[in-house]
Design a protein around this ligand. Structure first.
Ligand code: ZN
Length: 104
């Protein structure tokens, strides 16, 4: 029995037997790996600390494929982001905990 919890991870495990619940590989391939809720995302935290207009601009830049990770990291760092490109790359490809925040 799948338990519908508040996190993406708990939904994929049977909490009584602690065994993975059978999910289709097609669904897994489509959904991608679950984000790790233990990892706070500094990029997400920084973006949420900005004023509303800057948050909108930051999200537009993140979605703009013409900005590669290196150029975008330099731009964000010049705007005060206290992180390096690697953190930005993780955030940009959705491998951080921000995905869970968006689902809440
Ligand atoms: Zn993030």
């Amino acid at each position: 029995m799948a338990v519908s919890g508040s996190t993406g991870l708990s939904a994929t495990y049977d909490l009584f037997r602690r065994l993975p619940v059978m999910v289709s590989l097609a669904d897994a391939a489509k959904d991608g790996p679950p984000p790790d809720p233990r990892l706070r995302c500094g990029v997400g935290d920084w973006i949420r600390s900005l004023d509303a207009a800057e948050q909108v601009a930051a999200r537009q830049l993140l979605d703009d494929v013409e900005w590669n990770d290196s150029a975008l990291a330099r731009q964000f760092i010049s705007a005060g982001m206290p992180l390096r490109m690697n953190a930005l790359s993780v955030h940009r490809r959705g491998a951080c905990s921000c995905l869970l925040l968006r689902k809440q």
